[in-house]
Ligand binder design. Structure first.
Ligand code: HEC
Length: 278
C-alpha cells in the first residue's frame, strides 16, 4: 500500500493548517471535485467503519472522563433514567451512545450502531446469534471483527469495548440488573457494533456517515443541555467554553465539537487521503 510519508504529513498540516483543510474537505471538496471524483469507492466498508469507530471512541472517552467523571465532582448527576421527565440528569456513557445510535437510525444513511455484550445489564443489548459467535472469537484475541451477517446481508464491524476505568467495573458489578458481578479492570465488556449494507463507500458516502454520527452527538448534546436548564440556580452549570474540570461549567456544543475535532479530524483526514490518493 502506498503511504504518505511522515514529512509530508507533517508539512501538510503545519503549512496549511489541519483545520482549514478539514473544512475544505468536509464542507466543499466533494462538490468541487465533481461527480467523477466523488463517485469512486474510496474506502471499503471495513475501513470506513474503523474510522467511524475512532470518532466514536474519542467522543465516548471525552464524554466519560471530562463530562461524567469531572462533572460528578462538581455535583452534576448522570443516571440511566435520565430521559424520564422527573429525573434531571445527564446520560450514562452507554446511554449517550444509545441516543446517538437512535438518531443515526432515524437518518437517511443506512448505518446502524449498537453497544452489545454477552453479559448485558439491559437484555436488549445482548448480541444476536451470529454476533455472539464473533464476539466469542473476539474474547480470545481481543481484535476487531469484520464480517457479513448471513441473516441480514449487512457488513458488520465489531470493536472491543474494555473496562477502561474503575467506574465501569463497579457500576456494572453492583447494578441490580447485572448478569455478571465479577468484572475486573481491563476486561472486554462488550463491543461497539456497526453495520452498513454496502461493501464499500465513496468519499461522499463516508462524509455522510461521519456527518450523521456528528448530528446524532449534537442532538443528544442539546437534549442534555435541556436537562441542565431545569436545574435550580446555584446547581446549574454555566454553558459555554469551559469544562467541568474548571468548575461548574459544561461546554456548549461548539466547544465540545472543537475538542473532538482537534483529536479526530487529523487522523480521519489522513486515513481518507491515504485511500483517496492511491
Ligand atoms: C454509573 C453506571 C455505569 C458506568 C460508570 C458504566 N456503565 Fe456501562 N452500562 C450501564 C448501564 C445501566 C447500562 C445499560 C444501559 C441500557 O442500555 O439501558 C450499560 C451498558 C453498557 C454496555 C452494553 C451492554 C449492557 O451491559 O447492557 C456496555 C458494553 C458497557 N455498558 C460498558 C461500559 C464501559 C466499558 C464502561 C466504562 C468506560 C461503562 N460501561 C461505564 C451502567 C454503567
Amino acid at each position: 500500500m502506498k503511504r504518505i510519508s511522515r514529512p509530508i504529513k507533517f508539512w501538510t498540516f503545519t503549512a496549511l493548517g489541519g483545520a482549514s483543510l478539514i473544512v475544505y474537505l468536509f464542507a466543499t471538496a466533494p462538490e468541487a471535485l465533481g461527480a467523477g471524483g466523488s463517485e469512486r469507492h474510496t474506502l471499503s466498508t471495513e475501513e470506513a467503519l474503523t474510522m467511524l469507530a475512532l470518532e466514536n471512541d474519542l467522543t465516548r472517552t471525552l464524554f466519560t472522563k471530562e463530562i461524567v467523571g469531572k462533572g460528578k465532582a462538581q455535583g452534576l448527576k448522570f443516571d440511566e433514567a435520565w430521559a424520564d421527565e422527573d429525573v434531571i440528569a445527564g446520560p450514562l456513557p452507554a446511554l449517550f451512545l444509545r441516543g446517538v445510535a437512535i438518531e443515526i437510525s432515524m437518518g437517511d444513511v443506512p448505518l446502524q450502531l449498537f453497544l452489545g455484550s454477552d453479559f448485558p445489564i439491559e437484555s436488549s443489548n445482548a448480541f444476536d446469534e451470529f454476533q455472539a459467535q464473533e464476539f466469542k472469537a473476539m474474547r480470545t484475541d481481543l481484535k476487531p471483527r469484520h464480517f457479513i451477517d448471513p441473516t441480514t446481508g449487512e457488513h458488520v464491524s465489531m470493536f472491543p469495548d474494555f473496562a477502561s476505568a474503575p467506574a465501569c467495573v463497579s457500576c456494572h458489578n453492583e447494578h441490580p440488573k447485572t448478569t455478571k458481578s465479577d468484572w475486573v479492570l481491563g476486561d472486554l465488556m462488550g463491543a461497539t457494533t456497526w453495520s452498513y449494507p454496502e461493501d464499500s463507500v465513496t468519499t461522499d458516502e463516508f462524509i455522510a456517515m461521519i456527518s450523521e454520527y456528528r448530528k446524532g452527538v449534537e442532538t443528544v448534546w442539546s437534549q442534555y443541555l435541556e436537562e441542565l436548564d431545569a436545574l435550580e440556580d446555584g446547581q446549574r452549570p454555566e454553558v459555554g467554553q469551559k469544562w467541568p474540570s474548571h468548575g461548574l461549567y459544561i461546554p456548549a456544543h461548539e466547544a465540545l465539537r472543537d475538542s473532538i475535532d482537534r483529536m479526530a479530524n487529523a487522523p480521519l483526514f489522513m486515513g481518507l487521503m491515504e485511500k483517496a490518493t492511491l
